[in-house]
Ligand binder design. Structure first.
Ligand code: GDP
Length: 198
């Protein structure tokens, strides 16, 4: 599958009502602002600047949809956790991201990007709660900032808390890039159907 090397921008959506119609399977990327989410997406897609980072706290937030080759999509969810973000923007984030992750039938999984030096912040945990039964990859970014021993300890502790796939990642050294791409391609080949609401 060549999905991750053929990405093109599809659409930006600023509200839960203007998303492109659901079609091919989608993998969404989430994470606190500044954790390295855009850098990780660009590294996985083999592109320099396909995903842009939002450096402006409080600006209108969007979900950005990318078409991958072979009938799949990547969705860049707006970052969270800007310290000074107004309550209205926070509420907008919750509505948009909440409605996307809970009702998008074609969502096959979420990659939660967390800084390897401080994973599982309160907001990350809140997002994981939101996700319910959605398949999850915890991607520990900026792994180059940790020693080997620290990397090992962090992976063990995150695995123990989440009981899901956990991978170290560095867009700087490219540690984990091929491994994550392979794992996500497997998600696309064998999507786990979402449990229907009870
Ligand atoms: P985003 O806000 O989550 O999309 O984060 P960015 O991708 O814009 O990255 C935020 C900052 O972290 C930038 O200054 C990047 O250069 C830096 N950064 C991103 N990935 C890495 C990484 O793997 N290693 C290191 N050392 N820095 C990184």
């Amino acid at each position: 599958m060549k999905a991750f090397s053929q990405a093109t921008f599809l659409a930006s959506s600023g509200s839960s009502t203007d998303m492109p119609p659901a079609g091919p399977p989608e993998i969404a990327f989430a994470g606190r602002s500044n954790v390295g989410k855009s850098s990780a997406i660009n590294a996985l897609l083999g592109r320099k600047r396909l995903a842009f980072t939002s450096k402006t706290p409080g600006r209108t937030q969007t979900l950005n949809f990318f078409e991958l080759g072979d009938g799949a999509r990547l969705v860049d969810l707006p970052g969270y956790g800007f310290a000074s973000v107004p309550q209205a923007v926070r509420a907008q984030w919750e509505t948009m991201v909440g409605s996307y992750v809970t009702s998008r039938d074609t969502l096959v999984g979420v990659v939660l990007v967390m800084d390897a030096r401080h994973p599982l912040t309160a907001l990350d945990t809140q997002l994981i709660h939101f996700l319910g039964d959605v398949r999850l990859l915890a991607l520990l970014s900026k792994a180059d900032k940790l020693t080997r021993a620290e990397q090992g300890r962090t992976v063990k502790s995150v695995e123990a808390s989440l009981r899901t796939d956990v991978r170290l990642f560095s867009s700087l050294t490219r540690q984990g890039v091929d491994e994550c791409r392979d794992l996500l391609e497997r998600w696309l080949i064998q999507p786990t159907p979402r449990r229907s609401p009870e």
